[in-house]
Design a binder for this molecule. Structure first.
Ligand SMILES: [Zn+2]
Length: 473
């Protein structure tokens, strides 16, 4: 305790000094003009296509105020790269940016990371309650211009003080305390998230003991889309997650646990709880909840399809659906793809029908959705594997799907190819990205030659275009 006593003495001395400094203006400053703090404004860097009135509207200010503060004349031209101070966001500093609220973010952590007062963040984002900070919400933040990032400090472990943790991080402890809005380095709490300047960004916003980073990827989440939870730890922890009743399976890939999930295309857009549980080797458990926004997929509504009523909902169809569902459920604990996927068709833009479009049949009141992406044969009929994987199913002459291939890419991610004219791979074959696997056809329940390309995650069909447009992880 001797150390603390010394420290407390230092505090006391510091506080007395501060009190004297604050009192000086009261005793000696009466009658003179009070020193006014220089107002700070954040900088918005003009992007291509921006107009002054759009910028004014975006940041809840007026054209007049914007022009006055930035000394803009009516004839001045706005150019990409121009820097404008934003009058409505007084008190913020740095470069304005918009980002999606990430897993683990709170008003306090966002304030620490952006070095912005919580009240200013609340005002800038018109927040009326902290619960509005759900994951995936777009939020106005600032970043510092000097090229350094604010990244999460290693977690304060139970029994450890912020002081110890900050000493271990090799930074100035008082500076770190100040950057994190703490009155002193002894005020930090375990399980709270603190930030430190760093040359490199880290994606994590949550500091848990033993966890290096924990990220929910592919924000903002959308109906019928893929999400990924990535957890990097320095001890063998068990992770469980539940998002809108989806429990993605975590697979440990040499210290990084990956869990892919698919949001059902029929899930109502809205805010859903995400619950995560981390279990440590000693059996102790840490659980946290945060709300996540699931946005609309803006799916098209197709005209009601007229089909032979005898062909809908038959026993053969039900059996076929059940069989395919069971094939895509196992989670193989390897990742067989590498980076961005290629289009399985020769012409990636030859899209006949998008994923997720709403469909009704005859007078049936039920609403279904299109579970894949229909690609035509605008520029050839070859079908390629979009990514590495193992052929786990080769099924000729299915009632609905026709000649069909199923590929397992690992980690619960599967692709399927329906209505093929020809199947050019064998069951069990390991395929590479770009390998020829079939020929487009119109077998099964199909109204013309096309490829129905489907991506399923743990049995839930997801939008294949996402996998063609961005790389996972
Ligand atoms: Zn289709």
């Amino acid at each position: 305790m001797a150390d603390y006593t010394n420290l407390q003495k230092r505090f006391l001395a510091r506080r007395i000094l501060l009190a004297i400094l604050f009192l000086i203006p009261i005793f000696f400053g009466a009658g003179s003009r009070p020193a006014q703090a220089q107002a700070t404004y954040p900088i918005y860097v003009v992007e291509y296509g921006d107009t002054l009135s759009w910028i004014a509207q975006r940041f809840d200010t007026t054209l007049d105020q914007l022009m006055t503060l930035n000394n803009i004349q009516p004839d001045d031209m706005l150019r990409p790269g121009d820097r404008l101070q934003i009058p409505s966001l007084e008190g913020m500093q740095g470069i304005l940016t918009t980002e999606y609220v990430a897993l683990g973010s709170s008003l306090t952590s966002l304030s620490r990371r952006s070095q912005t007062d919580t009240a200013v963040l609340v005002k800038a984002n018109r927040l009326t309650s902290p619960s509005e900070l759900f994951i995936g919400r777009e939020i106005i933040m600032t970043i510092q211009e000097n090229g350094s990032y604010m990244t999460t400090m290693p977690a304060v472990k139970p029994g450890q003080s912020f002081l110890e943790a900050s000493v271990l991080s090799g930074k100035n402890t008082w500076l770190l305390a100040e950057l994190n809005g703490l009155a002193s380095p002894t005020m930090g709490m375990p399980m709270d998230t603190y930030y430190m300047p760093s040359a490199e960004a880290n994606g994590s916003n949550l500091a848990l003991p033993g966890i290096k980073s924990i990220v929910l990827d592919n924000l903002p989440l959308i109906q019928g889309d893929t999400f990924l939870i990535e957890v990097e730890s320095d001890q063998p922890v068990t992770i469980k997650a539940d998002l809108a009743s989806i429990q993605p399976a975590f697979v440990d890939l040499s210290g990084v646990q990956m869990a892919y999930g698919g949001i059902n295309a029929m899930t109502e857009p809205g805010v859903y709880p995400l619950t995560m549980t981390v279990t440590y080797p000693d059996g102790s458990e840490y659980r946290f909840d945060q709300l996540v926004m699931i946005n609309t997929g803006n799916f098209q509504i197709d005209k009601p399809l007229q089909v032979d009523p005898e062909s809908i909902g038959t026993e053969a169809e039900k059996a076929e659906n059940a069989m395919f569902k069971s094939i895509v459920l196992p989670v193989t604990p390897v990742q067989q793809w590498d980076g961005l996927w290629y289009s399985p068709a020769q012409d990636a833009d030859c899209i006949i029908s998008e994923f997720g479009s709403r469909r009704t049949y005859n007078d049936d009141p039920g609403v279904y959705y299109h579970t894949g992406l229909d690609l035509g044969y605008c520029n050839g009929t070859d079908v390629y594997a979009p990514a590495g994987g193992t052929v786990v199913g080769v099924f000729p002459n299915q009632v609905v799907r026709g000649n069909t291939i199923v590929i397992d890419h690992g980690l619960g991610v599967y692709t399927m190819y329906f209505h093929l004219n020809e199947i050019l791979v064998e069951q069990g074959a390991v395929v590479e990205s770009g390998q020829l696997i079939g020929i487009i056809g119109t077998t099964g329940r199909s109204t013309g030659p096309h490829l129905h390309f489907e991506v399923d995650i743990q049995g839930t069909p997801v939008n294949p275009l996402t996998w063609l447009r961005r790389a996972f992880p």
